[in-house]
Design a protein around this ligand. Sequence first.
Ligand code: ADP
Length: 258
Amino acid sequence: AQEALRQSQKLESMGQLTGGVAHDFNNLLTPIVGSLDLLHRRGLGTDRERRLIEGALQSADRAKMLVQRLLAFARRQPLQPTAIDIGGLVRDMRDLIVSTSGPRVQVELAVADDLPAAHADANQIEMALLNLAVNARDAMPDGGQLRIGVNCDSMAADNRLHLREGRYVRLSVADTGIGMDQQTAEKAIEPFFTTKGVGQGTGLGLSMVHGLAAQLGGGLTIESAVGHGTTISLWLPTSEIEAGKEAAGPDIAPVKLD
Ligand code: ADP
C-alpha cells in the first residue's frame, strides 16, 4: 500500500509539474514555430540555409506535438465508471487500431463470448487500448502480429496483483515485437521512463494506463520475452465485484519474464 501511495503521489506531482512546464514551453514554442514557418515560406537564402530552416521547423513541430501530449496528460479527466462491454469497445476500435498499426502489422481480435460487463470508463479504456497498440506497433518495426484479447478470468484473493477476489475482464494486447528485458519491464510503468528517442516517447503511456487500472480497482500485468514479444494485460473488475466492494487492496504491477 505504501508503494502504491508513493507511486500515485509521484504521478500526481509529476502531472502538476508537467502541466506547468508544458504550458510555459508551449508559449515559448509558438513564436519559434511561427518565425521559422515564415522564413521557410519566404524561401530566402541558399539551399543549405533553406534546408537548415526546414530541419529546425521539423524539430520545433515535433516539440510542439510532444508538449501537446504532456498537456493532455496533465489535464486528465476524472473517471466516470459505468458498466462497459469491453468486447464491443474493442470491436469498435478495430479499424482505428488497424490504421494506426500500419500495413506490416497484422491485427487479430480474440473476444470471448458471454463476457460480463466491466466496471470502467469507456473513453479512458479507449485511450489506454490505443496507447498499448501504439507501443506494440513501435515494438515491431519490421511488422508482426498484434493480438487483442478480451476474456474473463478469476482472480484468487491471494495473488501478486493484490486484487479483490472475483472475476475480472482481462483486456490483453500481445505483440510479436522486440520484447523487454527485466530492467525495462520493471521500469516500464514509471512516469517518464522511455527507451524511445528524444522527441519520440514521453514515457507516460504505460504509467497512465497503469494509473487508470489502479483507479478502477484493477491492475496491469506485463509478460515479456526479449526477441519474442510482449503481452500487456489490463485487469478490470466486473460490475459484480464492484457491487460487493470492500476496501480495495494496494495495486502492484507484477512483471513476469519468460
Ligand atoms: P513511451 O511509449 O512514450 O516510451 P510508455 O510508458 O508507453 O512510454 O512505455 C515505456 C517504455 O516501455 C517504452 O519506451 C518501451 O521501452 C517499453 N515498452 C512499452 N510497451 C512495449 C512493448 N509492447 N514492447 C516492448 N517494449 C515496450
